[in-house]
Design a protein around this ligand. Structure first.
Ligand code: WTA
Length: 635
């Protein structure tokens, strides 16, 4: 029996038990047999959730790019590693082999070095979904620089905050990006951001759209000519297993984004192992994850996990609706995609369109379908299963987080029987716990509570960049000796988990995590606004949409509410990005507050969701009368 590739349910249970009984022994075996290390570890695991401190494979040395590239050259040199599908279907797809990718990564690594980037330096990557994005990640990893990818839909202010938070010295960007029939000017967003980023010494610019851009003398350079001059070989920097590999920001319940730090060794082992099993990846497969590399899903399951397994991984630049709603399926047919991994929000959007867009294409190559990012509703699950999977391709509903680095709860296809809306069973090595309000673990089945993890796993984030205390407070202070996920979940009669959604101030809109605090901060900066509160309400495509309750200072002459709503959304777009715009804005004279002054979001959530039959006891509020007013004028 190979513990690396699980093929039967009994095998899953056996391996799972082993991974829990003897985690060190289990992960040591996986790490030893399936990866190349420059030096083996002195100790597999050290942990203390109180501090919190976790190390995996301490003392080991490696470079993740040797595992993702070099070691495949002798056996898979001519195999396609990256399959780039451009936004415009008329533009030809690019098949980049392992040998070519290795050469291009080395070239970019040499450019970075020549530009003064070295081990431990932070490099901000703000690029569209073009091959240079994946290459930039790997080039950083090659020389031990820490990449911090910022999704290229964030505004200049959001970009600047992230650049400054981890003191990046370089930005890699492009002249622009294609999204459907739109062209976005990324370079001018970077230029605006850099006005407040004194630490940036160099900007490398990839040419993609041919937009006219302004190049800042000394600071900015086109990447292409530098790459042409650079040698195709670059020695990999030898990294400690616990050296940081990357920082990736996620929203939190305060205004400042959290820079989650992932390290080299454990992250590699866990993303590769989960990829192999959860997608039942086989050598001849063509795997496609539609996420953007700006999010953790792209880091772990477009770049590192697939490449560590020598897989062919598709990178798609476009959107599901361009040139029409059949685009995903056209790409599946064209490249004979075998595993397809997407988000519920995309499924819901496509399910709204004519079935003809799906039926037009031959999807018989598909073996496994995946879902990630938010709970998948039953209707979307069935649509996906019936029309895309033709009831033959199991759906893996994968639950995990930026913080967890890899998939934590998920079926293993052809192994775990699936149930709509259930992420089913913990993956190998993962020990979930459900907690009640009093902080007691709920044992047994048919219980629901707050989802925690009670034992470390190799790809967990090690800290928040520059703020270990916040890491402790956010994840390890709610329950003793447990990592708290921020999600609620239930465990059914057979032990399957169903994730019910966030229990904190994070709202997931179209699969993107949005903290309410940064959006409220942005609204409150508007000169006409006194105070605001944001809640989520159900939306049939986005999953949740944002509803803002806004208290105005006096409205001056000539200011109407419609204009104000537009200005508020404009401000959010500038400060965070268009993904955080509000669907509804209601102007109110007050917000329901507890006597200690806390906004009762629970009540606002109910009003926004039009579920006001049972608001609970509001008599203890400081201002119960305001609830009536808000209900009457609800949108
Ligand atoms: C939610 C994305 C239900 C959850 C990989 C989590 C899910 C947050 C699922 C993390 C799922 C992710 N079912 N909810 N299959 N997958 N979530 O950091 O609330 O962008 O805490 O990582 O998304 O989002 P993040």
């Amino acid at each position: 029996m190979s513990n690396y590739h699980i093929k039967h349910l009994e095998e899953y249970f056996q391996v799972y038990r082993k991974s829990v009984r003897n985690p060190e022994g289990f992960w040591e075996e996986i790490a030893e047999e399936h990866f190349s290390w420059r030096k083996k570890w002195d100790r597999v695991l050290r942990w203390d959730f109180k501090k919190p401190e976790v190390t995996w494979f301490e003392g080991a040395q490696l470079n993740i790019t040797e595992n993702c590239l070099d070691r495949h050259l002798s056996t898979r040199g001519d195999k396609t590693a990256l399959l780039f599908e451009p936004n415009d279907p008329k533009e030809e797809a690019q098949h980049i082999t392992y040998r070519e990718l290795h050469g291009r990564v080395c070239q970019m690594a040499n450019v970075l070095k020549a530009q003064g980037v070295g081990k431990g330096d932070r490099v901000c990557i703000y690029l569209p979904m073009i091959p240079e994005l994946a290459i930039a990640l790997l080039a950083c990893a090659r020389i031990g620089a820490i990449h911090s990818v910022v999704f290229a839909g964030f505004s200049s202010i959001a970009l600047a905050t992230r650049i400054n938070d981890c003191d990046c010295k370089m930005v890699i960007t492009s002249d622009g990006s294609y999204r459907g029939n739109k062209t976005l000017d990324l370079k001018s967003i970077v230029d605006a951001a850099l006005e407040s980023c004194p630490g940036i010494e160099k900007v490398l610019v990839v040419q993609r759209t041919g937009n006219a851009v302004s190049m800042h003398p000394k600071r900015d350079q086109w990447l292409e000519p530098l790459l042409e001059e650079a040698p195709q070989l670059c020695e990999a920097e030898i990294m400690d297993a616990e050296d940081p590999l990357f920082i990736l920001y996620t929203s939190g319940s305060t205004g400042k984004p959290k820079g989650m730090v992932h390290t080299c060794g454990g992250y590699m082992v866990y993303t590769a192992y989960t990829f192999k099993n959860i997608f039942q990846y086989r050598e001849e497969d063509v795997y496609w994850c539609t996420a953007d590399i700006g999010w953790i899903t792209g880091h772990s399951y477009i770049v590192y996990g697939p490449l560590a397994n020598g897989a062919t991984t598709v990178m798609f630049e476009g959107v599901p609706s361009y040139p029409d709603f059949g685009r995903f399926w056209e790409v599946v047919q064209k490249h004979r995609v075998t595993q397809f991994y997407t988000a519920p929000t995309a499924i819901r959007a496509l399910a709204k369109e004519s079935l003809e867009f799906v039926e037009r294409y031959d999807l018989s190559s598909l073996k496994v379908l995946g879902s990630v990012g938010e709970p998948i509703n039953e209707e979307a699950w069935h649509w996906y299963n019936n029309n895309v999977g033709r009831k033959q391709s199991p759906i893996v509903d994968t639950w995990w987080q930026t913080e967890t680095g890899g998939i934590m709860i998920s079926p293993i296809p052809f192994v775990t029987p699936t149930t709509p809306t259930y992420a089913t069973l913990p993956f190998i090595g993962i020990q979930p716990a459900l907690m009640d309000e009093e902080g007691q673990e709920l044992t047994g089945n048919q219980v629901s509570g707050r989802l925690c993890i009670k034992f470390p796993w190799p790809s967990m984030a090690r800290t928040i960049w520059g703020d270990h205390q916040r890491y402790h407070d956010t994840y390890f202070s709610a329950y003793e000796n447990k990592y708290f996920t921020g999600d609620g979940a239930l465990r059914d009669a057979v032990g399957y988990y169903r994730i019910t959604g966030r229990v904190d101030d994070v709202i997931i809109v179209s699969g993107h995590n949005l903290g309410t605090a940064p959006i409220e901060d942005s609204i409150n900066e508007h000169p006409a606004v006194a105070e605001s509160a944001i809640v989520g309400f159900p939306h049939d495509i986005k999953g949740n949409a944002l509803y803002g309750f806004v208290i105005l200072k006096e409205i001056g002459e000539g200011r109407n509410r419609e204009n104000l709503s537009k200005e508020i959304n404009q401000q959010i777009t500038e400060q965070i990005g268009p993904i955080a715009k509000l669907d509804k804005i209601q102007f109110v004279s007050g917000l329901p507050k507890t006597r200690s002054g806390k906004i009762m979001r629970r009540i606002l959530r109910k009003i926004a969701s039009k579920d006001t039959s049972n608001l609970g006891d509001i008599s203890t509020l400081l201002n119960p009368e305001v609830v009536e007013e808000i209900m009457e004028n609800a949108l």
